[in-house]
Design a protein around this ligand. Structure first.
Ligand SMILES: Cc1cc2nc3c(=O)[nH]c(=O)nc-3n(C[C@H](O)[C@H](O)[C@H](O)COP(=O)(O)OP(=O)(O)OC[C@H]3O[C@@H](n4cnc5c(N)ncnc54)[C@H](O)[C@@H]3O)c2cc1C
Length: 278
């Protein structure tokens, strides 16, 4: 049953400092960005939280730019409030992280792409979050800020388990930093439909001197397929890499797919990645 709106409260800070002060005072407040995930939970009455902080007006969390040095090979910094549409339209992201643009294009439909944010996708921590394999394969870093200060954590150490992360309740994700990526980038999502469907399996890959592969929807959190990637980095065959992949993922059966199906799809995606990035 939908949560009655009259039971909810919403605070609208004008600055990031004000938002962080609100969260420091009451870490049970729930931040909302595009609200596309939160609204679904409110609609189904599955969200216990009743008090929210609206981040949407905080321009400090917007913007996509090259790192502080401005050098073309510096990291790029994507504000947590960047929407999928912002990402798709950004010449910088198109040039530097085309696999993120490819993933963003397949998130929901136009409405979700206009409202859904990168920070929300990360914080929501769904194993089926489409940007997560991209960020894992890219070696991204997550910038977290609280009233006490800022810290940066490697994306590959951000999640601690199913829907849990190192983010503290009084911290906001403020941005994501993506270092220069050497090699060809690749992204593929397998779902029942091209968009508007939750991914059954998705994979991001980087084929450079070192190969990197990350897979979503095959474990409680996004998985870096380090064993399979190492086989490929060392010049091993795709068959050996697929065998290595089997040893590092054990997808479960759920309402969308069986574990065995997901395993086969993941193996096939690995082969497609290798074939298409020759
Ligand atoms: C119809 C539909 C289709 C969808 N399709 C896809 C899809 O194809 N692929 C996909 O990956 N997702 C999909 N989603 C899920 C959703 O749109 C994305 O996860 C989106 O990126 C969430 O961003 P948001 O800004 O709307 O998050 P919100 O709903 O505002 O927040 C989500 C969670 O993140 C937290 N949060 C948000 N921003 C921050 C921040 N800066 N710091 C700390 N915590 C924060 C909130 O507290 C909440 O727990 C879909 C959703 C719908 C309704």
């Amino acid at each position: 049953m939908p949560t009655p709106v009259s039971a909810l409260s919403l605070q609208r800070p004008r600055t990031l400092t004000a938002a962080l002060a609100m969260l420091a005072d009451d870490p049970t407040l729930t931040p909302i960005a595009g609200c596309t995930d939160v609204f679904v939970n409110l609609h189904f009455g599955t969200l216990e939280n009743r008090r929210f902080v609206d981040l949407w007006g905080l321009d400090e969390l917007r913007g996509i730019r090259a790192g502080a040095s401005g050098a073309s090979r510096a990291s790029i910094r994507i504000g947590a409030l960047a929407t999928y549409t912002d990402i798709i339209r950004s010449p910088l992201v198109q040039r530097r992280v085309p696999m993120l643009v490819a993933a963003a294009r397949e998130v929901g439909g136009a409405q979700i792409q206009n409202r859904g944010t990168l920070g929300g996708n990360i914080a929501n921590a769904s194993p089926a979050g489409d940007t997560l394999p991209v960020l894992a394969a890219a070696g991204a870093r997550v910038v977290l800020r609280s009233a006490k200060g800022e810290r940066t954590v490697p994306f590959n150490g951000f999640y601690t388990g199913y829907r849990t992360s190192v983010r503290q309740p009084a911290e906001l994700i403020t941005a994501v930093e993506i270092p220069p990526i050497e090699g060809r980038q690749w992204w593929r999502k397998v779902g029942t439909r091209r968009a508007q469907a939750i991914s059954k399996v998705m994979m991001a890959g980087v084929r450079g001197r070192t190969v990197r592969v990350a897979i979503g929807s095959v474990a409680p959190t996004v998985v870096q397929a380090t064993a399979a990637a190492e086989v490929l980095t060392k010049g091993g065959s795709i068959a050996d890499a697929q065998t290595a992949l089997r040893s590092e993922i054990t997808p479960i059966d759920d309402i969308r797919s069986t574990g065995e199906y997901r395993l086969r799809v993941a193996e096939n995606l690995l082969a497609a990645f290798w074939r298409e990035t020759k």
